[in-house]
Design a protein around this ligand. Structure first.
Ligand code: AMP
Length: 292
């Protein structure tokens, strides 16, 4: 355990392994008059995660990052066992970024007994990744609820990179009257446009070169359908063909959706997003951009 005495000073990273340690450390920040910004992650941190820490600092919250590879949001044939883990590297990046507290529980701390309670958000989980990853959003909504209840932050910071997840969490917080503001932060990308993701570590050199086509094709769709121009079906069908020709193994979906309801749209007439899920070798890549 490493809750240091530095926790109410202006720098220094403490690590809490238990809920009791987390609450104790947060109480000390609160006693010093600070607000808390929780950043839930699964570790293997990159600049996208760090931008959430900066978002919290920008709002004067004490950034508290959780690192927990949540088994309940992985399907039986998914990459839970292989998911990259690098706690030492993560802690160094977080300290450097000005994060003050890390919550890194083990599985027994997060799920001390059988979890009989599940948080389920309906309708907006019916499409996109919902049917492709059965149980995924229940796992996410439940673990995020637990993390929010454990830390009771003023704000929770989440990336637009996982756009459907962000809408699920916003809706959950609203429907359950959680006294917590859910802040969505823009997607951080590599120079060639590839959205940063812990799973990019799985990509070999040739796959990495292919991966940039995803952003390019999403941009092409956004340009084509903007202001009700081309039909969304035609634009996404062209882009799907281009991705398969570029070397993607599968396009699970590439769709233009209403930014709030997440329903597919055929002609853009309001806020909309291009959303995509693809397979490249053993890597599943998801991404999305605003149409405007
Ligand atoms: P993960 O560790 O993949 O569960 O992600 C933790 C948080 O970081 C989620 O809110 C993600 O949406 C967010 N995130 C992941 N990648 C990025 C990125 N490239 N830019 C911004 N936020 C991101």
């Amino acid at each position: 355990m490493a809750i240091k005495n530095s926790q109410t000073q202006e720098r220094g990273l403490a690590v809490a392994r238990t809920v009791a340690e987390l609450r104790h450390a947060i109480a000390a920040f609160r006693a010093a008059g600070r607000t808390i910004g929780l950043i839930p992650t699964m570790g293997a941190l990159h600049e996208g995660h760090i931008s959430l820490v900066r978002g919290a600092l920008g709002r004067s919250d004490v950034p508290v990052t959780s690192i927990f590879v949540n088994p309940t949001q992985f399907g039986p044939n998914e990459d839970f066992a292989a998911y990259p883990r690098d706690e030492a590297g993560d802690l160094a990046k977080l300290e450097e970024a000005g994060c003050r507290l890390v919550f890194a529980p083990d599985k027994d701390e997060m799920y001390p007994g059988p979890q009989l309670t599940t948080v389920h958000v309906s309708e907006i989980t019916d499409g996109l990744c919902g049917p492709l990853r059965p149980g995924h959003f229940d796992g996410v909504a439940t673990v995020v609820t637990k993390l929010l209840m454990m830390a009771m932050p003023e704000r929770g910071y989440f990336g637009e990179k996982d756009y459907q997840q962000l809408q699920v969490i916003k809706r959950m917080a609203r429907d359950l009257a959680m006294p917590i503001e859910i802040v969505g932060m823009p997607t951080v990308r590599e120079l060639d446009g590839l959205a940063m993701s812990s799973r990019n570590r799985y990509l070999g050199a040739a796959e990495r070169a292919t991966a940039l086509h995803l952003y390019r094709q999403m941009m092409a769709v956004a340009r084509a359908v903007r202001d009700g121009g081309a039909s969304c079906g035609a634009a996404t069908s062209d882009a799907t063909k281009a991705l398969l020709a570029a070397g993607f193994d599968k396009v699970e979906y590439l769709t233009v959706i209403d930014a709030e309801s997440l329903e597919p749209v055929e002609r853009v007439s309001g806020p909309a997003r291009v959303v995509a899920a693809t397979r490249l070798g053993r890597t599943r890549l998801i991404d999305n951009i605003a149409v405007d």
